[in-house]
Design a protein around this ligand. Structure first.
Ligand SMILES: *[C@@H]1O[C@H](CO)[C@@H](O)[C@H](O)[C@H]1NC(C)=O
Ligand SMILES: *[C@@H]1O[C@H](CO)[C@@H](O)[C@H](O)[C@H]1NC(C)=O
Ligand SMILES: *[C@@H]1O[C@H](CO)[C@@H](O)[C@H](O)[C@H]1NC(C)=O
Ligand SMILES: *[C@@H]1O[C@H](CO)[C@@H](O)[C@H](O)[C@H]1NC(C)=O
Ligand SMILES: *[C@@H]1O[C@H](CO)[C@@H](O)[C@H](O)[C@H]1NC(C)=O
Ligand SMILES: CC(=O)N[C@H]1CO[C@H](CO)[C@@H](O)[C@@H]1O
Length: 617
């Protein structure tokens, strides 16, 4: 006779094993790290909870795909797919109440059972574009523990191939929008061309995400790069006021903010149709962040007494966990101090080296109240922007990439690298605040004769194009570019404020900046926008696009300037920018606004809407 209690237990164990397998299908249960108990989710616990008597399942008609779909981190045979399926738009409220330090997850079973019915099951399929054949599929669970996000790795794919993907609520006909994505070329293949749209600094209340929408609709790029400040932690008001209406501290705060940003139709369109490769800058956590704090948060007892009631580390963990739940990003090795720096080998054409100059292991940065001090120590040999582990990896990546014969090294970096003095002096919050780290990078490139390195940067909300040069150490001729070791393309913001004046004043400011800085070839602070990089074995082209106003949702998309780098030249092609740009100031060239709706007598826009750049400034 079978002992029914034992039999029941066996069934339950069996169910628990199956359930754990489906939980494993969702990468976010290990988000950002299963080995950091305070950060990861206790999956066996969630699984047991769902098997308790009284746990109720949602019906499919109680659920929605609330925030579209997204994909990212393409490999030759796999890609990350993302969606969110939930009873409402609202993020999980487990940490809303903030009395004293913000709690991480309480493992109070009673709370969970009441708050959280059984896991939601989602099935996903991937088909080559233009075909109905399912070539990769699976199921995954999600629960409130991970804010109802679903993140899976679709494997077994063909390289450099466009795929469609879709999620379905298991056992129902409720489907997500169809997403489109593309795998990477194999590292040893010949690739004739790759195109990337490069974005940074998307501040939601400041303006509409026209840059995302325009690039997505033009549909030229293979992949999207985001160099950080994808969300902002502030509390701006206005017609696109921040949600929640407060500075972000708790896990709930950061999740809600990610949800608000991902509700934007232009961001949704860009997420749905392209594989993203993203890294963070400061605002994903807090303004002017570094290893031990940020401009508005010192790591002191004081921080528990203000309205944040949170330590620097706890706040960073909340931000990082929400980021990993909401972004289609791989977990490379988060047990290494929340590492996001990683690289992508894309054929023999290029290596994309993605850095974290912000949160990983950065020495103190400029925090407003300490700017004079930072000015004194910017040349201090002990200061690091990346921490020694990442720094060694970075140099190793540059060498390995060069040795394997990849034509280009594209450095996806947050902050401006070039030695540029601004009206107030050198920034302490970009590479110029960390001269030793900067010099070692240049020394590595020069000593090892590493060619074709192109730095990308965001963070500054303005456009800066420079030859990559070690001034005062190596000879450099700004006329010809002789002596440079590469190029830097720093890009403006999607919507964050840049130069706040009329377009003519922006050009005048740009002229002074170019005159003041030997390496700087083009500058423009007026426009919001993005860069479209087109890379072939022979040359790299950077096309800068500008949005004349983000005060409304519109499709105005001006080509501002184009730059070319010929392989092995290690400098911008002369005449730089073809000798003519639409905006800003070009060294030795002309600024020729060709758009007739711009009145060049007054330097103001003739059509309604253009005269206001931002919603708020
Ligand atoms: C952090 O500490 C500095 C130095 O004591 C102080 O000037 C600054 O106001 C503090 N910032 C915050 C947000 O508490
Ligand atoms: C340019 O340099 C001059 C002289 O060093 C300085 O006073 C001015 O602030 C600088 N302007 C800009 C925009 O960097
Ligand atoms: C970096 O290199 C510049 C140019 O040679 C030099 O002036 C500066 O002192 C160096 N700083 C450090 C910390 O190596
Ligand atoms: C001027 O720019 C706007 C916005 O991109 C565009 O709609 C319009 O066609 C342009 N006009 C000309 C004459 O190029
Ligand atoms: C840059 O190149 C694009 C594509 O060829 C072209 O449409 C645009 O007019 C060019 N812009 C400038 C400022 O030369
Ligand atoms: C589900 C969960 O962990 N909820 C907790 C969120 O924070 C409040 C206040 O600290 C706790 O009471 C809940 O148990």
């Amino acid at each position: 006779m079978v002992n029914s209690a034992v039999f029941g237990l066996a069934i339950e164990l069996l169910l628990a094993t199956c359930a754990t397998a489906a939980f494993d299908g969702n990468i976010n249960y290990a988000s950002p790290s299963r080995r950091h108990s305070g950060l990861g989710i206790d999956v066996p616990h969630v699984s047991r909870r769902s098997l308790k008597r009284g746990a109720v399942a949602y019906e499919a008609d109680e659920l929605e795909f609330t925030h579209g779909v997204a994909s990212g981190d393409p490999y030759p045979d796999s890609v990350i797919l993302w969606t969110r399926v939930a009873p409402s738009l609202v993020s999980d409220t487990s940490n809303v109440t903030v009395e004293g330090p913000v709690p991480l997850y309480s493992h109070d079973t009673e709370t969970y059972i009441k708050a959280d019915p059984s896991p939601i099951c989602v099935a996903w399929t991937v088909s080559p574009s233009g075909s109905e054949d399912v070539v990769s599929s699976g199921t995954a669970y999600t629960t409130s523990d991970i804010d109802y996000t679903v993140k899976v790795e679709a494997t077994g794919l063909e390289p450099f191939t466009t795929y469609n993907y879709q999620f379905t609520i298991c056992g129902s006909d409720k489907i997500s929008p169809v997403g489109r994505t593309k795998t990477a070329p194999p590292s040893d293949s010949d690739v004739s061309e790759l195109k990337f749209a490069v974005f940074s600094c998307s501040n939601y209340p400041n303006g509409y995400f026209n840059a995302y929408g325009n690039a997505a609709r033009k549909d030229e790029q293979d992949y999207i790069l985001h160099l950080g400040d994808y969300i902002y932690e502030g509390n701006q008001k206005g017609e696109r006021a921040h949600e929640p209406p407060k500075y972000l501290f708790s896990l709930y705060d950061y999740r809600t903010r990610h949800g608000q940003y991902r509700s934007d139709p232009d961001l949704q369109l860009a997420s749905q149709n392209f594989a993203w490769i993203a890294t963070w800058d400061d605002h994903e956590v807090s303004n002017n962040g570094y290893r031990d704090g940020s401009s508005a948060l010192n790591n002191t007892e004081e921080s528990f007494l203000n309205d944040g009631r949170v330590s620097v580390d706890q706040r960073k963990m909340n931000a990082v966990r929400a980021y990993f739940e909401w972004m289609p990003i791989r977990q490379i090795d988060l047990d290494d101090n929340l590492r996001v720096w990683r690289s992508f080998q894309m054929g023999n054409l290029l290596d994309l080296i993605i850095l974290d100059t912000r949160n990983y292991d950065r020495s103190i940065t400029s925090l407003d109240w300490n700017d004079e001090y930072i000015d004194l120590i910017r040349n201090d040999a002990s200061r690091t922007l990346m921490g020694s582990h990442q720094e060694n990896w970075f140099y190793n990546q540059l060498s390995t990439s060069s040795n394997r014969g990849a034509t280009w090294r594209i450095v996806g970096n947050q902050i401006v690298f070039s030695h540029i003095v601004e009206s107030y002096g050198f920034s302490g919050d970009n590479w110029n605040g960390y001269m030793a780290n900067r010099n070692r990078t240049l020394k590595h490139l020069y000593d090892n004769s590493i060619s074709n390195t192109v730095f990308l940067a965001g963070d500054s909300h303005q456009n800066w194009v420079s030859d990559l040069v070690w001034l005062d150490e190596k000879p450099y001729d700004p006329e010809t570019g002789e002596g440079a070791i590469g190029v830097e393309f720093a890009g403006t913001a999607v919507s964050s404020s840049g130069f706040s004046g009329l377009i003519a004043a922006g050009r005048a400011e740009a002229e002074v900046l170019v005159d003041n800085n030997t390496v700087l070839q083009w500058q423009d602070g007026y426009y919001r926008g993005y860069i479209l990089l087109s890379i072939t074995p022979e040359k790299l082209e950077a096309r800068y696009y500008g949005s004349p106003s983000v005060a409304s949702r519109n499709s105005w998309d001006l080509p501002l300037a184009n730059f070319t780098v010929v392989a092995s030249d290690n400098k911008l092609v002369r005449p730089v920018g073809g000798g003519s740009v639409e905006a800003g100031y070009l060294r030795g060239g002309e600024t020729k606004p060709t758009n007739l709706t711009l009145n060049t007598d007054t330097w103001e826009w003739d059509i309604v809407g253009y005269d206001q750049m931002y919603i708020t400034s």
